[in-house]
Design a protein around this ligand. Structure first.
Ligand code: SAM
Length: 258
């Protein structure tokens, strides 16, 4: 009797053990089967890097706004910290002055040869700081040239925010900028260029695509594609490799006539 009871209890334990193994088996099978679904759902996430760094992406993942600007004032202040630095301003207006004018003149001369700029052009340089690019334009004969920057530097540069240019629609025949990476709102930066250019007017940008720009930049561009998409009202004229003060690509657009 006692042996029977013992045998029944052993059977009971074996059954319990078997059931546990079966449950465990099904658990692992279902885990294994749901893995592809889990990986698929993960791949549908917008962009892993974007989420973790809180970087905002514009036009896919190839143009990213840098995180860390708590307000527009905070962004402007950061730009001013460098632009107003007295020691740097001294260097820009002395040691760097002629060297930069020479390089800018070569770029503009080439645009003239390609009939994208002429002595009759009314020209604007955006984010011109102390205005070497404006001086370069004037020296090669484009006399009606001016720059804008957050800090004026008369008579070459007047005060103006490139997100809200202080000019009427269709004012300029030609606009140049090498500060696209400083735009916190790239769509606005481009929209303002297209607004203030006359129909048929030309915009030449020097941008950095393969290298990351400096710590004062507000965005990073990983391809020319987003830039071309932002110029909704213009046609791409050319895109070429250059060596311009750390910037590697020249992109030129012409505003459409209609
Ligand atoms: C890298 S520096 C380029 C200066 C100049 N183009 C040159 O090559 O010597 C960037 C300039 O953009 C200006 N900037 C930044 N944000 C701006 C804004 N929202 N509107 C106008 N200028 C701005 C800065 O004040 C600074 O002078």
């Amino acid at each position: 009797m006692q042996r029977e009871m013992k045998t029944s209890s052993t059977h009971h334990q074996i059954n319990k053990h078997r059931s546990f193994i079966i449950i465990l088996k099904y658990f692992f099978i279902s885990l294994f089967l749901s893995l592809p679904l889990f990986l698929f759902l993960l791949s549908l996430q917008p962009n892993h890097r974007t989420t973790t760094t809180t970087t905002t992406t514009v036009s896919g993942d190839l143009l990213r706004i840098r995180p860390g600007y708590s307000s527009y004032e905070n962004y402007i202040q950061r730009q001013l910290n460098k632009t107003l630095n007295p020691k740097l301003r001294q260097i820009w207006t002395t040691r760097d002055w002629e060297r930069k004018i020479k390089v800018f003149s070569q770029f503009f001369d080439q645009l003239k040869r390609q009939n994208l700029l002429s002595n009759d052009s009314k020209a604007l340089c955006i984010g011109a700081r102390v205005g070497q690019e404006v001086e370069a334009l004037r020296r090669i004969g484009v006399s009606d040239s001016v720059g804008i920057d957050l800090v004026p530097y008369p008579p070459l540069v007047v005060k103006g925010d490139f997100h809200n240019q202080p000019f009427r629609n269709g004012t300029f025949d030609f606009e140049f900028s090498n500060v696209f990476d400083h735009a916190l709102f790239p769509e606005k930066f481009v929209a303002e260029i297209e607004r203030t250019l006359r129909p048929g007017g030309v915009c030449a940008l020097h941008v950095s695509i393969s290298k990351r720009a400096d710590k004062y930049s507000a965005n990073d561009l990983y391809s020319s594609e987003p830039l071309v998409k932002l110029f909704k009202g213009s046609d791409l004229v050319h895109l070429k490799k250059i060596d311009g003060f750390g910037l590697d690509t020249e992109v030129v657009f012409r505003k459409r006539e209609n």
